[in-house]
Write a protein that binds this ligand. Structure first.
Ligand SMILES: Nc1ncnc2c1ncn2[C@@H]1O[C@H](COP(=O)(O)OP(=O)(O)OP(=O)(O)O)[C@@H](O)[C@H]1O
Ligand SMILES: [Mg+2]
Length: 494
């Protein structure tokens, strides 16, 4: 391909050289005639100036390849046919003329070629800078963790802008053998809808070829491939595509289409930088999704474990202790021996009841039973009642929320109340919970000393992890001397 282009280029330069030689000969003849005619009638300086103006005009019109030989032969004609001593057109003069002509054409050709190369180099530099700018913009999106859909449509937009085809598309291959158009940019088509899985692509089209080979693919004319009609109908004639590989699998492809004719050779390779970025964005999104899922699994598993412990304590140890306490009480009542021993048995029974109460308290803290039974609002009221620091509660919640959301909100308030009592020297804590726009907004504010630092304990960090796992957010604002505010938002949609 390259050598063919080179031959074409050389051929056209050679033709231009021949043209420049011919123009030189014609210019010499004309200048010689003009000089001969003008000799003795028109002042030499005027003839010189007129010839200079004509040559200058030719330079402006034709460029150096023509202007140089024409300029040289005009000077020769001026010298030979108007300035004494005059020359006859003998063999030596013709030889000299030919030498001057050929030499100036060669110099003109070399200069033209150098100019062309520098223009090409300049254009290539501009292209590269443009690609880098596109890639930088996309890399920023990927680094900012933007959702894949946003990255995909930005990529197709940049690809189209950069390559200047008529359409740029991104297609994802599904595991069931279908493909989904995930982004499409441009004036042409598409004949399938974005986001809808489709199948039955042409056997020698881009999708099928990339699925089969995992390599770049190209169609130079949809009119000659079986099944190419839908593409022709939407106005496409040709296209190229590069695969996007993620984790060793062909995840999908980026395709560039043209409604006019085959896309330039090498377009596939130049798409590689873009496919690499998409692969990175997809891999990032996948690992983020995996981390979220496993975090959510961990939170659920630990909640289940708490619930099991609470059940076991309630049904097992607690019940046995209650029977023991009852047994002791009846033993004390029926005891006929010394009074001090009976008093001791009663004392043990009393302490046992206290232990049972304590155990009940602990198990209630492990998993808030009131939450499962009655929901978030009553559970928050119970927390407020039990709090050491006075609580002002405003809960605008109707009915029940998803269990994970209720549990998370309960733990936020419970931990913030405990912190207010332990660290804040607060006199009041305001708790506001409200559901709006598909999310629960929870704000807990104390009027204490501030300066909360999650790095110093595990409570605040644990809350952040729990809320992150549910796709929510948790932020603590705690300037020294100005109280502490925890704000969290929890989506309740899923
Ligand atoms: N409301 C608050 N007012 C002032 N300081 C606070 C407040 N809440 C937390 N802090 C400070 O921030 C630190 C971290 O709080 P965090 O709840 O994470 O841990 P903790 O309460 O010390 O221990 P635990 O892991 O039992 O919760 C605390 O040790 C405390 O110094
Ligand atoms: Mg704490």
């Amino acid at each position: 391909m390259v050598s063919l282009g080179w031959v074409r280029l050389r051929g056209s330069l050679l033709l231009q050289c021949v043209g420049a030689l011919a123009a030189g000969v014609v210019a010499f003849v004309l200048a010689a005639v003009v000089c001969t005619e003008a000799r003795g009638h028109v002042h030499v300086v005027i003839v010189g100036v007129v010839l200079l103006i004509v040559v200058f005009g030719i330079v402006r019109l034709t460029g150096i390849l023509y202007a140089l030989p024409i300029g040289v032969v005009v000077i020769l004609a001026f010298d030979w046919y108007i300035l004494p001593p005059l020359r006859a057109l003998d063999a030596a003069t013709v030889l000299l003329l030919v030498l001057f002509l050929v030499m100036s054409v060669i110099i003109g050709a070399v200069t033209t070629e150098a100019g062309r190369r520098s223009v090409e180099a300049e254009k290539a530099r501009g292209d590269m800078a443009d690609t880098q700018a596109s890639l930088r913009r996309l890399a920023l999106l990927v680094a900012a963790g933007e959702p894949p859909a946003v990255v995909f449509s930005a990529v197709t937009e940049e690809v189209l802008r950069h390559f200047g085809g008529d359409t740029a598309r991104m297609i994802r291959f599904e595991r069931d053998g279908t493909a989904t158009l995930v982004a499409s940019e441009g004036t042409t088509g598409p004949h399938v809808r974005i986001g809808e899985p489709w199948q039955g692509y042409p056997p020698t089209g881009l999708t099928e070829t990339i699925l089969r080979t995992g390599q770049a693919a190209r169609v130079d004319d949809y009119a000659v491939i079986p099944g190419g009609e839908p593409y022709l109908r939407e106005g496409l004639r040709a296209a190229v595509a590069m695969p996007v590989h993620v984790d060793g699998r062909v995840w999908g492809m980026i395709a560039l289409g043209s409604g006019h004719g085959p896309l330039p050779a090498g377009a596939e390779d130049r798409l590689t930088d873009f496919t690499n970025l998409v692969a990175m964005a997809v891999a990032n999104a996948q690992s983020r999704a995996e981390v979220m899922t496993s975090r959510a699994r961990l939170v659920t598993a630990s909640d289940d474990a708490r619930r099991r412990i609470e059940r076991n304590l309630h049904d097992g140890a607690q019940q046995r202790l209650v029977s023991l306490a009852l047994g002791l009480r009846s033993a004390a009542t029926g005891f006929t021996g010394p009074d001090d021993i009976r008093a001791e048995i009663e004392q043990i029974a009393t302490e046992l009841v206290e232990v049972i109460d304590e155990l009940r308290e602990i198990s209630r803290g492990i998993h808030p039973a009131i939450l499962s039974e009655s929901g978030l609002r009553p559970a928050l009221r119970a927390l407020a009642r039990r709090s050491v620091v006075e609580v002002e509660l405003e809960a605008r919640i109707e009915g029940r929320l998803p269990e994970a959301v209720e549990v998370a909100a309960y733990y936020v308030v419970s931990e913030m109340l405990a912190n207010a009592a332990k660290h804040a020297q607060a006199t009041i804590v305001q708790v506001r919970a409200e559901v709006s726009d598909g999310q629960l907004l929870l704000v807990v504010r104390d009027d204490g000393v501030g300066g909360a630092d999650p790095a110093l304990g595990s409570g605040l960090v644990g809350l952040k992890d729990r809320l992150d796992a549910l796709g929510g957010s948790f932020a603590v604002d705690s300037p020294r001397g100005a109280g502490t505010t925890a704000t969290c938002e929890l989506p309740i949609g899923s």
